[in-house]
Write a protein that binds this ligand. Structure first.
Ligand code: CS2
Ligand code: MG
Length: 404
């Protein structure tokens, strides 16, 4: 029986901060896990280095399910983004190792391909409607068949989801201290339906149109917005309200037929059990890196499948190529796959990571190499030391803190 002989944690800032776990076995096989938690990276690095690595050494890497419960139940203090991201990194690395030992890509360990590629969506944005429309055209030219649209709200100097520069990604953690951004719900509710309507008027209905509210409305406001968007046939309205109180979604659901997606901030099946079992949402966005790894996310996907809720996993640039590779292996095997978020990383990231997926014609395709097919260059990673970055904070006009 092979045993775990090393577990190393790497914090690097290749285009942005990433935390990566590498597990090595007595057979010399290595596996990778993503442990990136945007704005709180060092907490997960410490949870791994100081609390989990000593528990991993000497254990059997093949016992993935046992390891998951050992780390989850053994913590006593269950759930939460730091704990579940650390467990996710270990779990993902063990699936990578299992695939390499078996000589099979992880998607084959998960039951084999249900589809060749995973439909993805890109992120069009603009400082105004005209700029947004040009950006939607750009993403259509790049082959995207699903596009998220976000535009700056007039009067709000910094709006969520509006990219700076000409890449594909939107990098919110851009400041060494939280950037305090003004938010005014009424301005947003007046403007967002107008620019989303402009997108449909310009480009029609031949592609999926998505929008991210980013946790900022009350259930009443979210119902109003969803109702106003119904004629635009949105693929989804994302994170309409903060999701701590799952009951709140009953009111949103009753007020609109616009499909609802939620879950990128969830870290366990218990965060979404009611939303899924009561069908209060249409898509679950939980991710490999923040929801306990492949083992736990697969459980969430199976619960969702039972209730005809489809998957729509998070895939922003603060998920490293490691967890994005794992995501695609899950996506191509899930019966209830819906869509995968995909923001191309800063090119610097690929000086450190070789991804286990390729983008082609609006979809991501998994590597068929054994394991996840992702590689990590430790030497290159050393060239990019950690660079503390924080997510923004929203403040209302009266100065009080709002949901960002
Ligand atoms: C966003 C994210 O991709 C999304 O849907 O909600 O960009 C989110 O703001 C970041 O992942 C936060 O780190
Ligand atoms: Mg989002």
């Amino acid at each position: 029986m092979a045993t775990i002989t090393a577990a190393e944690v790497f914090v690097t800032s290749a285009g942005r901060n990433f935390v990566t776990l590498r597990i090595t076995t007595s057979d010399g096989v290595t596996g990778l896990g993503d442990a990136t938690l945007n704005g709180r990276e060092l907490s997960v690095a410490s949870y791994l280095r100081d609390h989990l690595v000593p528990l991993l050494l000497g254990r059997d890497p093949a016992r993935i399910e046992d390891m998951w419960h050992y780390l989850y139940k053994g913590a006593y203090w269950r759930r939460g983004p730091v704990t579940m991201t650390a467990i996710a990194a270990v779990d993902t690395a063990l699936w990578d190792i299992k695939g390499k030992v078996a000589g099979m890509p992880v998607y084959d360990l998960l039951g084999g391909l249900a589809r060749d590629g995973a439909l993805v969506y890109g992120h069009a944005s603009g400082q105004d409607t005209a700029e947004l429309l040009d950006d939607v055209a750009r993403f259509k030219d790049l082959g995207f068949r699903a596009i998220r649209a976000q535009a700056a709200v007039p009067g709000s100097p910094a709006s969520y989801g509006v990219r700076h520069g000409d890449g594909q990604g939107y990098e919110p953690a851009a400041a060494s201290l939280p950037d305090e951004q003004l938010w005014h719900t009424e301005d947003y509710l007046d403007f967002a339906p107008r620019y989303l309507t402009a997108v449909r008027e310009r480009f029609g209905f031949g592609f999926h149109l998505l929008h991210d509210v980013h946790h900022r409305l009350t259930p009443t406001e979210a119902g109003q917005l969803g109702h106003r968007l119904e004629d635009l046939r949105m693929f989804w309205m994302e994170d309409p309200v903060p999701a701590e109180l799952q009951d709140n979604f009953r009111q949103v659901r009753a007020a609109t037929r616009t499909p609802i997606a939620v879950g990128e901030v969830f870290n366990s099946i218990w965060d979404c059990e009611q939303l899924i079992s009561e069908r209060l949402i249409d898509y679950i966005r939980a991710s490999v890196v923040h929801a306990g790894g492949i083992t736990h996310l697969r459980r969430i996907f199976h619960l969702a499948e039972l209730h005809q809720v489809r998957t729509g996993s998070h895939g922003a640039t603060d998920l490293s190529p490691v967890s994005m590779s794992a995501a695609v292996h899950l996506d191509v095997t899930a019966a209830n796959f819906g869509i995968q978020e995909y923001m191309a990383h800063d090119p610097l990231a690929f000086e450190v990571f070789t991804p286990g997926y390729t983008y082609r014609d609006g979809a991501l395709y998994p590597s068929d190499a054994p394991g996840l097919g992702v590689e990590f260059d430790e030497k290159a990673a050393e060239r990019f030391p950690y660079d503390p970055r924080y997510l923004p904070v929203s403040r209302r006009r009266d100065g009080s803190v709002h949901d960002w």
